[in-house]
Design a protein around this ligand. Structure first.
Ligand SMILES: NC(=O)C1=CN([C@@H]2O[C@H](COP(=O)(O)OP(=O)(O)OC[C@H]3O[C@@H](n4cnc5c(N)ncnc54)[C@H](OP(=O)(O)O)[C@@H]3O)[C@@H](O)[C@H]2O)C=CC1
Ligand SMILES: O=C(O)[C@@H]1CCC=N1
Length: 256
């Protein structure tokens, strides 16, 4: 399957590389030559969006929200092509009005590069097969009503940054305690990965899993007391709330 990705910055390049990993024919389009040069050799590179979308079943638009309109105006899609906006705050209706292709709104994240992304998707008549296949190959997806895209953006689009912040705090504490920075980084990264694997495979709730780690009279219970007393979950919830509000605000400010 041929996929065109327009906008190959932080997010678009991750999507391109994730698709290359899975053997897709990928056409990368960016106005910035350096962004194209940084991509894998197997990728077709094209600066002109009109040429880049020719023959592609799926066109991914991964530019900043304010550039989505001009980009959609720079190529003609037909109704046999799917045009998926991967931009925050850009409504499905905004895309639909600017393309003859089938419009889809996706909120992805940077883990697409390693085929570990999860995405939230909304579309008019269910998720088109082309999008379902690509998102499955990049990781996984959930279909949500459009009114939930702002909170989904905060949770899974912005989410990796919040997780990196928590990881940094734990790594730095490890270094402060005497661990080598690289060793601490390895321990923290695999701890997050392992914890995620448990959550994805175990039927116990998050609270039950916390209890499973807390041996009576042991070490974890002391750490959990610190987290609970300082209500350490609150700033994370507030961060998600702030990101959600900003998503709504961008849509309103730019009439997207
Ligand atoms: N970064 C992330 O983790 C996530 C981002 N997103 C969404 O992805 C989109 C892109 O974000 P991000 O990758 O961070 O942004 P970047 O600025 O890193 O990437 C955007 C790229 O698009 C290029 N570009 C701008 N105008 C055009 C054009 N007319 N034609 C082709 N390419 C163009 C930019 O070039 P130049 O730099 O020269 O302007 C740049 O290389 C945003 O809408 C964002 O909401 C969604 C989820 C996660
Ligand atoms: O920060 C942003 O606006 C984009 C959308 C989600 C992640 N990055």
């Amino acid at each position: 399957m041929k996929v065109t990705v327009i906008g190959c910055g932080n997010l678009g390049s991750a999507v391109v590389e994730g698709l290359v990993n899975k053997g897709y024919d990928v056409v990368a389009c960016d106005k910035d030559e350096e962004a194209l040069d940084a991509l894998s050799d197997g990728v077709m590179k094209e600066k002109d969006a009109g040429k880049a979308v020719e023959g592609s079943e799926l066109v991914v638009v991964a530019v900043k929200p304010e550039v989505v309109g001009p980009v959609l105006g720079s190529f003609d899609a037909d109704d046999g092509q799917v045009v998926a906006s991967f931009a925050a705050a850009v409504s499905l209706g905004y895309v639909r009005e600017r393309t003859d292709g089938r419009a889809v709104r996706v909120m992805p994240n940077l883990a697409g590069e390693y085929n570990e992304m999860t995405a939230a998707v909304c579309a008019d008549d269910g998720v088109p097969d082309e999008v379902a296949r690509v998102l499955d190959d990049l990781g996984s997806y959930v279909e949500v009503d459009e009114e939930l895209m702002d909170i989904a953006t905060a949770v899974n689009g912005s989410g990796p940054a919040f997780v990196f912040y928590a990881m940094k705090a734990m790594r730095d504490a490890g270094v402060e305690g005497g661990l080598d920075e690289e060793d601490a980084g390895t321990l923290v990264a695999q701890t997050f990965r392992g914890a995620a694997a448990i959550v994805q495979n175990d039927e116990r709730s998050l609270d039950e899993l916390i209890d499973a780690v807390c041996s009576p009279g042991g070490t974890t219970v002391e750490g959990m007391e610190v987290l609970r007393e300082s209500d350490a979950g609150r700033p994370f919830a507030d961060a998600v709330g702030a990101a959600e509000r900003r998503s709504v605000e961008i849509t309103e400010e730019l009439d997207l």
